[in-house]
Design a protein around this ligand. Structure first.
Ligand code: PEP
Ligand code: MN
Length: 463
C-alpha cells in the first residue's frame, strides 16, 4: 500500500504506512505461537469488505466537530468486554434502547443534539494488567477478550481463528443495529415503546415520564406547524471499540476515496473500516509506541484515554501527532482519573489543551468508570455508584469553572438488570453483588443507574 507523509507544524514527519507500527515498541501485544494460522486469518480479513463506510465515518466526524464546538453532546456506552455471545437479538435491542432512553433524557436536559456511539460491534479485545490469573485455584493465561482467547479456563490459548470470528460477529451485530434502527426502533414519536424495563423506582419513572411528555409535546407542536422532519423518526448509532489488537485493525484499514474531497480533485485517505470510532487505551498511549504510530495515519475520529499517569506535556504531544491539521472533533479526550483525583488533575489538563493551538478542537469526554474500580469480598471487581456520580459531577463543575465544555460521557453499561456496581438509588450493597453479576470484565451500570447518571447531566445543563 502507499505510504503517506503527514506534515506537522514542526516539518515533515516520518512516512506512515498501515504497518509502520511494527517497527515500534508495543504493549499488550499477543505473541501468537502459530504464525502461519495468524497469516491465514489476516489474509482472510484483508479480502473481506469494510464493516463501516467512509461516508459514515465522515458523518460522525462532522457530528463530533459540533460536539467540540459545544453544539451537541456525545453519549458513548456499552459493555467493558463484548462477548461473541452478545451477538443476539435481545442483547442488542436492550442496549440500543438504553442508549436511546439516555439520549432522550439528555436531549431534554441539555437541549442539544445527542450523538450516540455504542461500545459494541467490535469491543472484543481487552488490555490486562497481568498475563496470568487464578481460576478455581488454577493458574491460567488471563482472558484477553473473545477476539484473542476464550473465557473458559480451558480456552485460554491464543487462537488466530478468533480474528475472523470477531469480524463476523461485529458485522452481524452492526447489521442488526442498522436493521432495527431502519425499522423504527428509534422512532422518537414512540418513546414509551422503549419502556423502562427493569426500573421500578417511582421517582425515576416520574422524571423519565416528564422528559417523554416534553418531547411528545414538542413533536406535536412541530407537526402542527409543519416543521416535523424525518430526523424525528430515525437516529444514528455509531460503533466503537478500543483499537488494541493491531493485527485486526491493520487488515481492515483501507485506502479509500475521501468523501470530503471535491469530485474534481478526488483524494484518498486511510480509513479503519472496523468501526466508526476507535480509541487508544490508557495502557497503550505511549507517544513513541506502536498504537500511537498506527492511529496517526487513520482518518477516523479517535479517542485517547487520559488518566492520572498522563503528563500534561504528553497530552499536547499526542494531539500534535494524532491531529496535526487540528481538525475540530477529530480527537476525543476520554478523562478517567477517579473521584478522589479528578479535582487535582483535570484543571491542568484542560489548561494544557485550551491554552494551546488545539483550543476548542477536542471533545472532552468523562469516563467516570475506569478510575473508580475496586475489589471487594476477596476479589470481586466493582465500582461505587457514588464515586462514579461524584467524578462526573466534579468534571462538569471543573469544565464550567475553566470555561471549557464537557461534551460527552463514556460509560460501561448494559440494559440488563445486573448487580455489578454498588449503590445508586436501589442501594445495592456488597452482598447483593452476587444476585446478577454477569460481566466478564469490568462492572457495568444497570439501566437504572445509567438513567440516574443521564439525569445528573440533564439537571446540570438545565440549571
Ligand atoms: C476500557 O475502556 O475498558 C479500559 C480498559 O479503559 P482504560 O484504558 O481507560 O483503562
Ligand atoms: Mn473496562
Amino acid at each position: 500500500m502507499n505510504g503517506t507523509s503527514l506534515p506537522t507544524a514542526g516539518g515533515q514527519v516520518p512516512e506512515w504506512t498501515p504497518d509502520s507500527w511494527r517497527s515500534k515498541p508495543i504493549k499488550q501485544c499477543p505473541e501468537y505461537p502459530d504464525r502461519e494460522a495468524l497469516a491465514k486469518s489476516v489474509s482472510a480479513l484483508k479480502r473481506l469488505p469494510p464493516i463501516v463506510h467512509p461516508r459514515e465515518i465522515v458523518q460522525l466526524k462532522q457530528h463530533l466537530r459540533d460536539v467540540a464546538q459545544g453544539k451537541a453532546f456525545l453519549l458513548q456506552g456499552g459493555d467493558c468486554a463484548e462477548l461473541f455471545d452478545y451477538c443476539e437479538q435481545n442483547a442488542i435491542e436492550s442496549k440500543i434502547k438504553l442508549l436511546l432512553q439516555m439520549s432522550l433524557v439528555l436531549l431534554w436536559g441539555a437541549n442539544k443534539r445527542v450523538v450516540r456511539i455504542g461500545r459494541m460491534a467490535g469491543q472484543y479485545a481487552k488490555p490486562r494488567s497481568s498475563p496470568m490469573e487464578t481460576v478455581n485455584g488454577r493458574q491460567v493465561p488471563s482472558f484477553r477478550g473473545d477476539i484473542l482467547n476464550g473465557f473458559h479456563p480451558d480456552e485460554r490459548e491464543l487462537d488466530p481463528d478468533r480474528l475472523v470470528r470477531a469480524y463476523h460477529h461485529s458485522s452481524a451485530t452492526l447489521n442488526y443495529v442498522r436493521a432495527a434502527i431502519a425499522s423504527g426502533i428509534a422512532d422518537l414519536s414512540r418513546p414509551l415503546d422503549w419502556g423502562l424495563g427493569h426500573v421500578r423506582d417511582p421517582a425515576l419513572k416520574a422524571k423519565y415520564q416528564k422528559a417523554v411528555d416534553f418531547l411528545k409535546d414538542m413533536r406535536a407542536f412541530l407537526h402542527t406547524i409543519g416543521a416535523e422532519n424525518e430526523k424525528f423518526h430515525t437516529v444514528d448509532l455509531f460503533t466503537s471499540h478500543e483499537g488494541l489488537l493491531l493485527e485486526y485493525e491493520e487488515p481492515l484499514t483501507r485506502l479509500l476515496d475521501d468523501p470530503t474531497s471535491p469530485p474534481s480533485r478526488p483524494t484518498k485517505a486511510y480509513y479503519n473500516t472496523s468501526a466508526h470510532f476507535l480509541w487508544i487505551g490508557d495502557r497503550t498511549r505511549q507517544l513513541d509506541h506502536a498504537h500511537v504510530e498506527f492511529f496517526r495515519g487513520i482518518a477516523n475520529p479517535l479517542g485517547v484515554k487520559v488518566g492520572p499517569t498522563t503528563p500534561a506535556s504528553d497530552l499536547l504531544a499526542l494531539l500534535r501527532t494524532l491531529n496535526p491539521a487540528r481538525e475540530p472533533g477529530k480527537i476525543t479526550l476520554i478523562t478517567r482519573y477517579g473521584a478522589d483525583k479528578v479535582g487535582e488533575l483535570l484543571p491542568a489538563h484542560i489548561r494544557a489543551v485550551e491554552d494551546s493551538e488545539h483550543a476548542r478542537t477536542v471533545v472532552w469526554q468523562c469516563d467516570p468508570m475506569h478510575g473508580n474500580t475496586r475489589s471487594v469480598n476477596g476479589g470481586i471487581k466493582t465500582r461505587r455508584f457514588s464515586d462514579i456520580f461524584s467524578e462526573l459531577q466534579q468534571t462538569l463543575r471543573i469544565h464550567k469553572e475553566q470555561g471549557s465544555y464537557l461534551g460527552g460521557v463514556h460509560l460501561e453499561l448494559t440494559g440488563d438488570a445486573v448487580t455489578e456496581c454498588l449503590g445508586g438509588s436501589e442501594g445495592l450493597d456488597e452482598d447483593d453483588l452476587s444476585t446478577n453479576y454477569t460481566s466478564f470484565c469490568d462492572p457495568r451500570l444497570n439501566e437504572k443507574q445509567a438513567l440516574e447518571l443521564a439525569f445528573l447531566i440533564a439537571d446540570h445543563y438545565r440549571n
